[in-house]
Design a binder for this molecule. Structure first.
Ligand SMILES: NC(=O)c1ccc[n+]([C@@H]2O[C@H](COP(=O)([O-])OP(=O)(O)OC[C@H]3O[C@@H](n4cnc5c(N)ncnc54)[C@H](OP(=O)(O)O)[C@@H]3O)[C@@H](O)[C@H]2O)c1
Length: 221
């Protein structure tokens, strides 16, 4: 049974990814800071108190995982705070960089021994981190953190290919979650998670390190 580990699984896209993996019979280690009723009801293996930006928290997670081998790690957890040019808040920008970009990279480094040949690491980045696609400006902290995450993931795809570990760099779509104020313009978590899992399932040596929308479209950097 393939083993997946997901961050930020208590709500939003992470919760739905967990639900769909569980439904199709995969083994899910659902990590989160605080669990939720919806997550508990899925009956998966939950590890809470996992704050991805805390080294101590990741060390504790690693000791709980012991020698388990992971087929896939999905870096889903993230935050979005709005920073316009007129209202720049450097602390907010640093916090987003820390959680969205640096933490997934450091967590991957900490857990690297848990991967096998053909294991997969998926980074949920954002189209907001595409330089080519940026036509509306602003959102400094979120955009800067996600472009940094995509770059880290791209480098990892090159560094890990010799171990035959493949890296997915994925935009989930505009999704109706708390992050987007449950926007009516977005797709459902169900549709997004279905697409993300299709991308992860089709990840291999030839498309590792490419940037895809959940719907399969290859996105510009
Ligand atoms: N929704 C969209 O349209 C959209 C578009 C592009 C990319 N994304 C990306 O998709 C991912 C999931 O977003 P979402 O829409 O599902 O957002 P969400 O509903 O706000 O969920 C965010 C998740 O991340 C967790 N999280 C935040 N900081 C964390 C930390 N330091 N340690 C561990 N967990 C942390 C949250 O946990 P708590 O409950 O503890 O806060 C929550 O589980 C994010 O990376 C986001 O940037 C979303």
């Amino acid at each position: 049974m393939p083993k997946f580990l997901i961050t930020g699984s208590n709500r939003g896209i992470g919760l739905e990814l967990t639900r769909q993996l569980q439904e199709r019979g995969d083994y899910v280690i659902a990590t989160c800071r605080n669990t939720s009723e919806e997550l508990i009801n899925l009956g998966v293996n939950i590890i809470d108190n996992v704050d991805i930006s805390s080294g101590h928290s990741i060390t504790k997670l690693k000791s709980k995982l012991k020698d388990i081998k992971l087929d896939c790690l999905i870096h889903n957890a993230g935050i979005a705070e709005y920073n316009s040019f007129e209202d720049l808040d450097p602390e907010s920008i640093k916090k987003q960089f820390d959680i969205n970009a640096l933490s997934p990279l450091c967590m991957t480094r900490s857990l690297i021994n848990l991967f096998n040949k053909k294991s997969k690491i998926a980074f949920i980045t954002s189209r907001m981190g595409s330089i080519d696609d940026n036509t509306s400006g602003s959102s400094y902290g979120y955009r800067m953190s996600k472009v940094a995450l995509s770059m880290a993931a791209k480098s990892l795809s090159i560094d890990l290919i010799k171990k035959e570990i493949f890296v997915a760099i994925l935009h989930p779509g505009l999704v109706s979650t708390r992050m987007t104020g449950f926007t009516n313009n977005g797709i459902s978590t169900k549709e997004s998670a279905k697409g993300l899992l299709e991308r992860i399932d089709s990840l291999n040596s030839s498309n590792s390190g490419k940037f895809f929308h959940a719907n399969g479209e290859e996105l510009p950097w």
